[in-house]
Design a protein around this ligand. Structure first.
Ligand code: ADP
Ligand code: ZN
Length: 729
């Protein structure tokens, strides 16, 4: 029970639930009373729902009609810093509070009583006969590692019936054990010595240690391999030794396996994990343990920010520029910005780590709002790879070929030297366009304004917007002529074909997110590559992340111009970051690397800045451009997307909003649009976008709220507001 605002039995309490109601519900405190922030179960109509006590109840109701809180859950109450965080995050993102509560209670069975349950462990015997189903169960067991796993979770993840699991128990290959639910996580030993740090690293670590336990934000900038992880683990050690909890946010599940092993090597135990791949049982355990202090270090995806930490003292945002930190569905928030907000309310330290920070973070450091630490050298003898453009206008390339003779020669040399090459193309599938050579029609998605992408591996066309797939048609859907449909342009699958023709002897692997059924299969693939089991790797942005391939010495960027097209505000920034990261894959061990960028416009300022390796110059130029246009981070933007099945309805409402913009003009903001959103149709819904632009420091959220207040939305029309939009889709 919390220590503030105790409500005695029968007192009126305001309860916030995750139900879509825009107010507190009033209940009577149960026998024994309750405090502010308690997790409770309350009756709502015929149901019982989870809620959080938020303050005094409304005394305007007839007390005889007010029902009682059913019970107070046996969980640590939501603390004041968390309640303030949810309120402030809701205000910032213009999200209703019930949606924030939902984010903060995303663990199943929170209301269940604590009890014993059966968990499964590896036994010491092998099964007498290894069937395919049995092998899958044992594989799944290995994947769960030390995590507690129940019968249904094990059977489900292995895709077998529970009788297969029971059979393995009977054989002694698995053991059943009664285990208490929700036990604390193993303690990390922060007194163990870390690696011997280089001077650069030691200096950065000392500064982070000095700042431990107090609110501040630091940009930790260093090229891939410079030891940022090593350095921020020192900040983790300092935080934990003060008895506070630490959170490490990572952008991609594929990365956590390597990270877990590193934490274990450093502190003798693994951290707790929070992401979509974690079982329900573990999620619940973690949620509870975080609140009670039974979990010290949590590594997770962005939603881990909404866990009920007992005493959060440090948040690391690794790869802080990564676009996956922006939630693009439901509550639209940027986890990097929310991490800074959360830390400021909990007096916690924030470390934003990146080789290629976002312009926002770079500008905050430049303005002195954030501290900045630079790790300038890579650890060990390896240096940043040399980068060169291949001017595609000078290369003799037959049509339907994308590997220039210059790049092909470089790859051949690597194969001869027993080294690896990475061919990078950020396009999944076989070909981005399917064209009818009879009528010129490009096959599009029936639901969206997007072209269907051929996935030869799956033998289907797929829409990358909505995921719709269809068999590859024999005849053109437009003119009906057969045998004239042709793939246009390359995807990674098509690159694999070209590689097989050009380098028939080479061992090739394709790394693309859609080719792997599970994070585990992907991890196995990455390990095999790291061990040298490939000469040529063909990959999408998946490989741009922090994997370490020691034999990799050549990166060939198939289409360096790809990110420069389009109207996205951040196109230049994204291209710059991606190229730097991909190039950072080359030459990590003791061999120097080289990156070759195929481009039709090598004189483009972004390509030139990448090649010159002059990052500060790139950012200064980009910052000046944004400042001149008063664009973020030197101005503020909000996107309003209206969508409905009927195109007229969305435009009518968009026009109505654009005309009635007094609330926005009062703060000097401008409205642009309505215009068709860059993707004008998704899943059969027409989308129209308004962009609101305001000066930095203008009270944009209040003005937006006033603007749409009282708006009657026609049935079927959806309005969503995106503060600081990242993608302009
Ligand atoms: P980053 O996070 O900047 O990509 P890492 O911390 O992952 O860099 O370091 C890259 C590699 O170099 C890792 O394998 C790491 O263990 C190793 N490394 C970094 N610093 C040291 C050091 N001081 N002593 C030994 N190995 C180090
Ligand atoms: Zn579609």
């Amino acid at each position: 029970m919390s220590d503030d605002g105790l409500f005695p039995h029968g007192a009126l309490v305001g309860v916030l639930t995750a139900e879509p109601l825009d107010r507190l519900l009033t209940y009577k405190a149960p026998v024994g009373g309750c405090g502010t922030g308690d997790f409770v179960e309350v009756p709502l109509g015929p149901r019982r729902v989870l809620g959080v006590t938020w303050g005094a109840g409304d005394t305007d109701f007839d007390p005889a009609k007010i029902r009682s809180i059913t019970r107070v859950l046996d969980a640590a109450p939501m603390r004041e810093d968390m309640r303030t965080f949810l309120t402030r995050a809701a205000d910032y993102t213009l999200t209703p509070m019930h949606a924030m509560v939902r984010l903060a209670t995303r663990a199943p069975g929170l209301g269940d009583a604590l009890s014993m349950r059966k968990v499964y462990l590896r036994g010491d015997r092998e099964p007498d006969r290894m069937t395919e189903a049995r092998a899958r169960v044992l594989d799944a067991m290995d994947a769960f590692g030390d995590a507690a796993v129940t019968l249904s979770e094990l059977a489900q993840s292995a895709g077998v019936t529970s009788s297969v699991v029971k059979g393995l128990v009977a054989q002694g290959a698995l053991r059943e054990e009664e285990s208490p639910r929700d036990t604390p996580y193993p303690r990390l030993d922060v007194t163990r010595p870390g690696l011997d740090l280089t001077d650069d690293q030691a200096k950065a670590a000392a500064i982070l240690r000095q700042g431990a336990g107090r609110y501040s934000t630091t940009l930790l900038k260093g090229v891939t391999g410079s030891g940022k992880t090593e350095v921020y683990l020192e900040a983790v050690a300092a935080c934990l030794s003060k008895g506070r909890q630490a959170l490490v946010l990572l952008p991609e599940i594929a990365l956590t396996a390597g990270f877990l092993a590193r934490v274990e090597a450093r502190f003798g135990a693994r951290p707790a994990e929070w992401h979509s791949g974690v079982t329900m049982t573990e999620r619940r355990r973690l949620w509870r343990m975080v609140g009670e202090g039974g979990a010290e270090l949590i590594v997770g995806a962005r939603s881990a920010l909404f866990l009920p930490f007992r005493d959060l003292g440090l948040i690391i945002v690794d790869e802080e520029h990564d676009t996956s930190y922006k939630q693009e569905d439901g509550v639209l928030y940027n986890a990097r910005d929310m991490a800074v907000l959360r830390a400021s309310l909990s007096d916690a330290q924030v470390v934003l780590a990146s080789a290629t920070p976002s312009l926002e973070t770079w500008a905050n450091a430049e303005a002195g709002k954030y501290k900045r630490l630079d790790l300038t050298a890579r650890f060990g003898p390896s240096d940043l790879p040399e980068m060169r453009a291949i001017d595609m206008r000078d290369e003799a390339l037959p049509s339907d070929r994308w590997i220039s003779p210059t790049l092909a020669r470089a790859v051949t040399e690597r194969i001869a030297a027993g080294e690896q090459s990475l061919l990078f193309l950020n396009r999944r599938g076989y070909a981005p366009v399917t064209l009818c050579r009879a009528c010129g029609h490009q096959v599009g998605c029936a639901q969206c304004d997007a072209r269907m992408v051929e996935h030869r591996f799956l033998k289907r066309l797929m829409c990358h917007q909505c995921g719709e797939t269809t068999p590859i048609p024999a005849a053109c859907p437009n003119c009906g002529v057969e045998g004239k449909l042709a793939p246009v342009g390359p995807g990674v699958e098509r690159m694999a074909e070209e590689v097989a023709k050009t380098f028939p002897e080479a061992r090739t692997r394709v790394l693309s997110s859609d080719l792997f059924g599970s994070a585990r299969a992907l991890k196995a693939e990455i390990e095999a590559i790291a061990a040298g089991d490939a000469d040529i790797i063909i990959g999408t942005q998946l490989v741009a992340k922090g994997h370490n391939f020691p034999l990799l010495t050549l990166v060939g960027v198939i289409d360096a111009d790809l990110g420069l097209q389009g109207s996205d505000l951040r196109a230049a920034e994204r291209t710059f970051q991606l190229m730097r990261q991909v190039a950072g894959r080359a030459g990590r061990a003791d061999r120097p690397g080289i990156a070759l960028l195929q481009s039709y416009q090598p004189e483009h300022p972004v390509i030139r800045a990448i090649l010159a390796g002059n990052e500060e110059e790139f950012w200064r130029a980009e910052a000046a451009e944004r400042e001149a246009m008063a664009m973020p981070p030197y101005g503020r933007l909000a996107g309003i997307i209206l969508s409905a099945p009927d195109v007229q309805t969305v435009f009518d409402l968009g026009n109505h909003l654009a005309r009635n913009d007094a609330a926005l003009r009062r703060i000097g903001a401008q409205v642009f649009g309505p215009a068709p959103a860059p993707i004008a149709r998704i899943r059969g819904r027409h989308r129209v976008r308004l962009l609101v632009k305001a000066a930095k420091g203008a009270p944009l959220q209040q003005a937006l709220a006033a603007w749409i207040e009282g708006l009657k939305l026609p049935a079927n029309l959806r309005l969503s507001i995106d503060i600081d939009p990242q993608s302009f889709l």
